[in-house]
Design a protein around this ligand. Structure first.
Ligand SMILES: *Cc1c(COP(=O)(O)O)cnc(C)c1O
Length: 388
């Protein structure tokens, strides 16, 4: 079995699991209680908070624990908007956001907010001039995805933040795919709010964080106890928090080494596929992209059939259509970069991880051209094309 779907989730690192185990067994105290069994958990949580903050050059009281990327995105979008609605009701985002951001924006539109969805170019980059032009007197929030989960394109985050700050606008970024792959300094990059999720960097599922700059207002998303500076009630996910901090430490200790390894595998895949498989194209920017992301569209191919054939050979990857979510529409990201429907449908996303090997990449490269050929031999569209 070869796992090539690390953008969907990653395998828990054994060292992360080990760091979590005491908090799933003997250290079960509720961190809000005052006896020793509880207070050691309080200390562990605050150490994790400090450790996470220092990785992003943030302060510990700017890190709020959540249940993951989706919650952090919902909280940032809906509750920053609500906190600033007296100042204005206009929000700017991009057309290639994750659904956690896009659907939060759709919700805000039902609450009287106006949302501008910036287009992207063929590589998936937003245009900074268009961003400037779309700013209005009542713009309160700009939310742009750091690195796209489908095509891997990395946006000019520092410049976007600079533009936001010149206009006194809050800048949020969904950095769920970037965290663990890209060095992030929230000060230098002018980031006011940032979403992250542990299961995308070899941590456990169901735990994430929102970084929120100290002077930025937000209303609570979850009402309850005084946890998370009274902004997010609920007994802390102690093992999750400890695991996320450990996973982040590991990711950033080995960042350069891992990225060199992944970039090498990524480039080998891209170059080899583009060279050996006719009628295909790379989606996303060639270089301004995540070190682990390959996204390729094959003409005359149905993405779902390709995935099934790959699955039968033991390769687990992802496609560019949203069929799994019960819709036949191709991905909004692939349409936003200008792909026609039929080409978007034939897309394959391979996202590598630290547990992949170059042997796995080689065996994939051996199998893929055969599989593509087999599918095209069955395709009436390809037949038509050949006759022309
Ligand atoms: C996975 C992902 C999310 C959602 O995170 P969860 O922790 O799974 O809720 C949000 N944004 C991006 C870009 C993602 O890749």
């Amino acid at each position: 079995m070869v796992y090539f779907d690390n953008a969907a989730t990653t395998k828990l690192d054994k060292n992360v699991l080990e760091s979590m185990l005491p908090y799933l067994t003997d250290s079960y105290g509720n961190p809000s209680s005052i006896y020793k069994l509880a207070q050691e958990n309080r200390i562990a949580i605050e150490n994790a908070r400090s450790s996470i903050a220092s990785i992003f050059n943030a302060k510990p009281n700017e890190i709020y624990f959540t249940s993951g990327g989706t919650e952090s995105d919902n909280w940032a979008l809906k509750c920053i908007a609500q906190a600033y609605q007296k100042k204005g009701k206009h929000i700017i985002t991009s057309s290639i956001e994750h659904h956690a951001v896009l659907h939060s924006c759709k919700y805000l539109e039902t609450q009287g907010f106006r949302v501008t969805y910036l287009p992207v170019d063929k590589d998936g980059l937003i245009d900074l001039e268009k961003l400037k032009e779309s700013i209005c007197d009542d713009t309160i929030l700009i939310s742009i995805i750091f690195a796209n989960n489908e095509i891997g394109t990395i946006q000019p985050i520092e410049e976007i933040g600079e533009i936001a700050h010149e206009h006194n606008i809050i800048f949020h970024t969904d950095a769920v795919q970037a965290v663990g792959s890209v060095a992030i300094d929230v000060e230098k990059m002018n980031i006011d709010a940032m979403s992250l999720s542990a299961h995308k960097f070899y941590g456990p599922k169901g735990i994430g964080a929102l970084y929120l700059r100290k002077n930025v207002k937000i209303i609570p998303f979850m009402d309850g106890g005084a946890q998370e500076f009274s902004k997010r009630g609920g007994t802390e996910n102690v093992p999750g928090i400890i695991g996320m901090a450990k996973a982040l430490e590991i990711a950033y200790e080995n960042l350069d080494e891992n990225n060199i390894f992944l970039t090498k595998l990524r480039d080998k895949l891209v170059e080899n596929i583009l060279k050996n498989v006719p009628h295909c194209r790379l989606n996303g920017h060639r270089y301004k992209r995540l070190p682990n992301n390959v996204n390729i569209s094959f003409e005359f191919i149905e993405g779902e059939s390709l995935l099934l054939l790959l699955d039968s050979k033991g390769f687990f990857a992802s496609s560019g259509s949203a069929c799994t979510s019960g819709s036949l529409d191709p991905s909004h990201v692939l349409l936003a970069i200008g792909l026609p429907h039929e080409i978007a449908h034939g897309s394959l996303r391979i996202t590598l991880g630290k547990y992949n090997t170059s042997k796995e990449v080689d065996s994939f490269l051996t199998e893929l051209p055969e599989i593509i050929k087999r599918l095209r031999d069955m395709s009436p569209l390809y037949d038509e094309y050949l006759k022309k």
